[in-house]
Design a protein around this ligand. Structure first.
Ligand code: SF4
Length: 61
């Protein structure tokens, strides 16, 4: 699984709060820290994507 954050990100910080091991806040958008999401963090990643207010987190398997 991989994840990326698109330009709809408003830097609300929810993803970084929910999954600090996966997301951090950059200057303009949130950033995905790891290229391949480890299996133990995939559920957290999906929950963060579902919680993102602008649906800016894109997940690909
Ligand atoms: Fe950006 Fe969505 Fe993360 Fe908020 S939850 S910082 S809008 S990617």
């Amino acid at each position: 699984m991989e994840a990326c954050v698109n330009e709809d990100c408003i830097l609300c910080g929810i993803c970084a709060d929910m999954c600090p091991q996966l997301f951090s806040l950059g200057d303009e958008f949130a950033e995905v820290i790891v290229k391949e999401i480890p299996s133990e963090h995939q559920e957290c990643c999906r929950e963060a994507a579902d919680s993102c207010p602008t649906e800016a987190i894109e997940i690909s398997d």
